[in-house]
Design a protein around this ligand. Structure first.
Ligand SMILES: Cc1cc2nc3c(=O)[nH]c(=O)nc-3n(C[C@H](O)[C@H](O)[C@H](O)COP(=O)(O)OP(=O)(O)OC[C@H]3O[C@@H](n4cnc5c(N)ncnc54)[C@H](O)[C@@H]3O)c2cc1C
Length: 355
């Protein structure tokens, strides 16, 4: 089968590797000149690690000693609401965070160079399997729209699904060249949250989001340690400041010979850090179970889309009274139960059936 893939992000690369494992002829068209250089990292919960195993990349991800590192959920005043390990907070025995560019490079390295076409923007997609790349038209047996939140596949072929919507959240993500052994986990305020994670290579990853437009990062230097030190150490030229969008999955992910996977199909708030993991799950499900199997995933996708939205309101509820209620709820909830609930999003079994 000839498979044409639009987009060389997590969804597109995972689909390409898995289809090639099945002996198919695969071409990826990626508009950028190489793997994304957007800053930040990807947190890898058990489902993401399972996908990386299937894709032959798992051995490159170091999970120890990071999995067993103590982690807390704290308030901006430094009160500890939950105490667990990083693995327990993400639902398994193993956990790692890897720079985004590094993970994309590892995946791209699993493909022969003639399969991955960089600097190749797709401008047209047709349900009969025709892709327009530059001036040329190419025909495929299957086309995969894996071109992210504001890609052409959803826009051209799923106009009824609606465009992505703004959440009003502005994000920050940066990496500090410093190894820490304490202070990991999220800090949840009223309208702003941060998270501090160890990277598999020993450096430290910081992410955050705020609903207060125009607020400078330095406004959070009074938040608990080690955040102030990490803010001071941030290189302003290397802080990613993504605007957070969300897009509900359409009713059907298949139209003619075209399927939609990853963020192109469902963009979620990064509450659980699950977007890349779900993108790879989509890809593996499509390869193993065909388009029917992908359609059947809609329930899981919708559940996570809803949970990410609800989780985002729980983490940063906007109102002081709701913030107090959140803190009280967490103090009354046994820590293991919170770990189970937060980690439940990453329970996923790879499909066994081969299409
Ligand atoms: C702040 C933040 C933190 C996050 N943290 C995590 C995390 O810790 N763990 C996690 O699992 N997820 C996380 N996510 C989500 C994750 O980044 C996304 O879900 C993931 O990147 C989706 O992968 P994708 O391949 O579907 O889309 P993308 O990564 O967006 O890739 C799409 C690709 O398509 C290309 N493209 C677009 N249009 C065209 C075109 N016309 N022609 C050719 N190519 C095109 C783009 O250049 C891009 O390379 C986070 C997201 C944000 C915003």
């Amino acid at each position: 089968m000839r498979v044409g893939i639009v987009g060389g992000g997590f969804a597109g690369l995972a689909a390409a590797i898995a289809f090639r494992q099945g002996g198919h002829d695969v071409s990826i068209f990626e508009r950028s000149a190489g793997p994304s250089v957007t800053g930040g990292a990807i947190s890898l919960a058990p489902n993401a690690l399972t996908c990386l195993s299937a894709l032959g990349v798992r051995a490159r991800v170091v999970t120890e000693p990071w999995s067993r590192m103590p982690a807390t959920v704290r308030t901006p005043e430094g009160r500890v609401l939950v105490r667990r390990t990083l693995a327990q907070l993400t639902g398994g025995d193993h956990y790692a965070a890897v720079p985004r560019t590094q993970l994309l490079t590892w995946l791209a390295e699993k493909l022969p160079p003639d399969c991955l076409h960089y600097s190749s923007a797709v401008t047209g997609i047709h349900t009969d399997g025709v892709l327009v790349v530059g001036e040329a038209e190419q025909r495929f047996d299957l086309v995969i729209g894996a071109d992210g939140t504001r890609g052409v596949a959803r826009k051209l072929l799923w106009p009824d699904a609606g465009p992505p919507t703004v959440t009003g959240i502005k994000g920050w993500a940066w990496i500090v060249d410093r190894e820490l052994d304490t202070g990991f986990g999220p800090i949840w305020g009223c309208t702003t949250d941060f998270g501090i994670l160890p990277l598999a290579d020993g450096r430290t990853y910081v992410y955050g989001g705020t609903q207060d437009p125009g607020t400078d990062l330095r406004a959070y230097r009074h938040w608990p340690a080690p955040l102030p030190t990490l803010i001071d150490a941030a290189d302003p030229d290397r802080i990613a400041t993504p605007e957070i969008f969300e897009a509900r999955p359409p009713h059907h992910l298949v139209r003619g010979k075209v399927v939609l996977i990853g963020d192109a199909a469902h963009t979620m708030r990064p509450t659980f850090g699950q977007g890349a993991a779900l993108a790879m799950e989509d890809a593996l499900t499509l390869v193993k179970c065909g388009t029917e199997g992908l359609e059947k995933r809609r329930l899981r996708i919708l559940a996570l889309y809803t949970a990410s939205k609800a989780g985002s309101f729980f983490a940063t509820p906007r109102l002081r009274v709701a913030e107090k209620a959140r803190n009280l709820t967490l103090r009354l909830t046994p820590d293991p139960l919170f770990g189970l609930m937060a980690g439940s999003v990453s329970y996923w079994r790879p499909p066994a059936r081969i299409a």
